[in-house]
Ligand binder design. Structure first.
Ligand code: FES
Ligand code: FES
Length: 161
């Protein structure tokens, strides 16, 4: 079957099998390997992308279901050569160690800050509660998102594309 969708602002059309998951479509068909695939049980959240502006686990969505919709991946966070404040926050506050969970964490954090520019620690922890980090203990991730919230205004490209 043929599927068309907008990915990071560009229309893409591919011939796919109906059973193909969005995470594999992004990684294998489009080469967008920033979205990671970490489990077979919908638990880890490393596959989080945006579907029509909402964070979703892309291993729970068929690529065919994303047809006609807008997908945003971690590759789109950097805009015009400027890192998103969330990306800068993770750098400044050591929000990653191995980095495997990081793309999904950053996409969830970006969505959170877009609807809640000044989230509390509890709100951040709730937002990322469907995602697993095996390295950081989460404290530095929370700190990174708080850093991003405090520095949004200083980065003109901070919003969604
Ligand atoms: S790959 Fe683990 S939740 Fe999607
Ligand atoms: S930084 Fe390694 S899993 Fe989160």
């Amino acid at each position: 079957m043929q599927v068309s969708m907008i990915v990071n602002g560009e229309e893409v059309t591919r011939e796919i099998e109906g059973r193909l998951l969005l995470v594999h479509f992004l990684r294998d068909d489009l080469g967008l390997t920033g979205t990671h695939w970490g489990c077979d049980t919908s638990n880890c959240g490393t596959c989080v992308v945006w579907l029509d502006g909402e964070p979703v686990k892309s291993c729970t969505v068929l690529a065919a279901m994303a047809g006609g919709h807008e997908v945003r991946t971690v590759e789109d966070l950097e805009q015009g050569g400027e890192l998103d404040p969330v990306q800068r926050g993770f750098m400044e506050c050591h929000g990653l160690q191995c980095g495997f969970c990081t793309p999904g964490m950053m996409m969830t954090a970006r969505a959170l800050l877009d609807r809640n520019p000044d989230p509390s620690e509890g709100e951040i922890r709730e937002a990322i509660s469907g995602q697993i980090c095996r390295c950081t203990g989460y404290a530095t991730i929370v700190r990174s998102v708080r850093w991003a919230a405090a520095h949004e205004a200083s980065t003109p490209a901070g919003g969604a594309s």
